[in-house]
Design a protein around this ligand. Structure first.
Ligand SMILES: Cc1cc2nc3c(=O)[nH]c(=O)nc-3n(C[C@H](O)[C@H](O)[C@H](O)COP(=O)(O)OP(=O)(O)OC[C@H]3O[C@@H](n4cnc5c(N)ncnc54)[C@H](O)[C@@H]3O)c2cc1C
Length: 447
């Protein structure tokens, strides 16, 4: 599969370990600095039957010691490593991943990107992330297929109208461009929608024109390639089984590839955050549940915005390949499965048939789940921990794909400097102090 410019069209995770190998025929040449992807490179490789592509990232054996170790090669972990190198010059870094990179929630999500949150700290970090997405392809020299096609969240009750109007006013003060639009404008933007739904008619929507989608795998691959290019070690199939401490200070980790020492440890493992915290000897206010999604067979272009219907509970966008990408709900009980349960498919499809009657004629192709990490206030944790030099980034729950660059930026700054303006309010101690960042309207069932 060619990764040139990431013109890749298949959706969601595969389980190949060699996703980073652009061409099995290549001689696996590894150079210190990778060649830039460009139109010229495509032409050059075309002329020599694509035999010269390099691996997108190296797969080294772990060293004995690193300045920093990042646990979890999802989008947030890879972005943290990238900004540690790019913004703070810390490049003696390993990223340890128990499976394959991007194989967690990053490769399983429905890729909605928006920053229309209510509270100031949330709007700041999500808008930082959204703005970094705008230039990510150029920054990483990797086409992440960012598509700012616009995101709308339907208001289908009086309560939602009030909530979204309030958010639009808050966004205006925060410098986030959103507006509350009428049902007629909704219909203009989404001709296939039924605004006179049998249970809940569409009464308006919160509209963010610069929200959109990006290619999830490409985000992970682009960061991975850039990290590897900086000399960082991405070590897949390397599960962390213990956190080693000297008194209150972290000194390394135990892994399935042996012990590795480090000065600083960043834990970015989403649904497994509670497990890692347990290894280090503290507890996190996190619950892990399976969240699921599904895609239909591909069809001709019929909807060029993202629509979220939170009252009936379903959301939908159309991928570049033509599949309708559909998000459902989270299981009502804690679990570590990556499947999701059948009743959610039924509930989600019912909600969407009501909102978009034409999808009743579509076949659904695939369904999957990811383990999301939920906090009580539906806001993330980017924080120091009770263990010195150990940092944690988690709690992105059902909506962290959109935050990847902003989260990595803040986490890297926190690890490098001990504080970050973007992360200040997201400490793990806010739950004890009652300083919640309540985003249950923006993030409770939305993504
Ligand atoms: C179905 C679904 C739909 C979603 N839709 C959206 C959406 O539309 N928009 C949006 O913004 N967000 C969405 N999300 C949420 C989003 O996917 C996540 O918030 C985000 O991807 C989390 O990224 P991450 O890097 O923190 O975690 P992950 O990508 O899960 O990465 C964590 C990594 O840590 C690794 N790991 C765990 N334990 C260990 C260990 N002991 N040792 C080594 N490695 C370990 C895992 O293998 C994993 O690869 C959705 C999630 C799901 C499941």
């Amino acid at each position: 599969m060619s990764q040139v410019g990431c013109v890749v069209t298949h959706w969601i995770v595969g389980n190949e370990q060699d996703k980073g190998i652009p061409n099995a025929q290549s001689k696996n040449r590894i150079r210190n600095h990778m060649r830039r992807y460009s139109a010229f490179a495509i032409a050059r490789e075309g002329a020599r039957y694509h035999t010269g592509w390099e691996r997108a990232w190296k797969s080294p054996e772990p060293k004995k010691r690193y300045d920093a170790i990042i646990l979890g090669a999802g989008g947030h972990g890879l972005a943290t490593a990238y900004y540690l190198g790019k913004n703070h010059g810390i490049k003696n870094v390993a990223i340890l991943e128990k499976g394959w990179l991007g194989g967690g929630n990053t490769g399983r999500n429905t890729t909605i990107i928006r920053s229309n949150y209510l509270q100031d700290p949330s709007a700041a970090i999500y808008e930082k992330a959204r703005s970094l997405y705008e230039t990510m392809s150029q920054d990483l020299n990797y086409n992440v297929m960012f598509s700012p096609r616009g995101v709308m969240m339907l208001a289908q009750t009086e309560h939602e109208i009030r909530g979204y109007e309030r958010t639009a006013h808050a966004n205006a003060l925060q410098g986030v461009a959103t507006e509350f639009i009428s049902p007629q404008r909704v219909k203009e933007l989404v001709p296939i929608i039924n605004i006179h739904g049998p249970r809940y008619p569409v009464l308006g929507a919160l509209w963010q024109p610069r929200g959109g989608t990006a290619r999830h795998d490409a985000v992970a691959w682009g960061y991975a390639r850039a990290c590897s290019n900086m000399g960082m070690d991405i070590i897949q199939q390397c599960e962390v089984t213990g956190v080693r401490r000297d008194g209150d200070k972290v000194i390394g980790v135990d892994t399935t590839k042996g012990p590795i020492d480090c000065d600083k440890l960043g834990v970015v493992v989403a649904g497994h955050s509670g497990v890692l915290a347990d290894m280090a000897g503290f507890r996190l206010p996190i619950e892990s549940v399976a969240l699921q999604a599904l895609v239909s067979e591909p069809i001709k272009p019929c909807m060029d915005v993202v629509v979220m219907a939170n009252t009936v509970h379903g959301y939908m966008s159309q991928s570049d390949k033509g599949e309708m990408v559909i998000g459902g709900g989270a299981d009502g009980y804690n679990n570590y499965t990556q499947r999701g349960s059948f009743h959610h498919i039924e509930e989600t499809v019912r909600a969407l048939v009501e909102t978009f009657p034409m999808i009743s004629r579509l076949k659904m192709l695939r369904q999957w789940g990811g383990i999301v990490d939920m906090t009580g206030d539906r806001s993330p944790i980017i924080s120091k921990t009770p263990v010195e030099n150990m940092f944690i980034n988690c709690g992105w729950g059902t909506g962290g794909f959109k935050a990847i660059p902003g989260s990595g930026w803040a986490m890297a700054e926190l690890m490098a400097k001990g504080a970050s303006p973007l992360a200040d309010e997201f400490t793990m101690w806010r739950f004890g102090e009652g300083k919640f960042i309540d985003e249950s309207v923006a993030a409770g069932v939305a993504h």
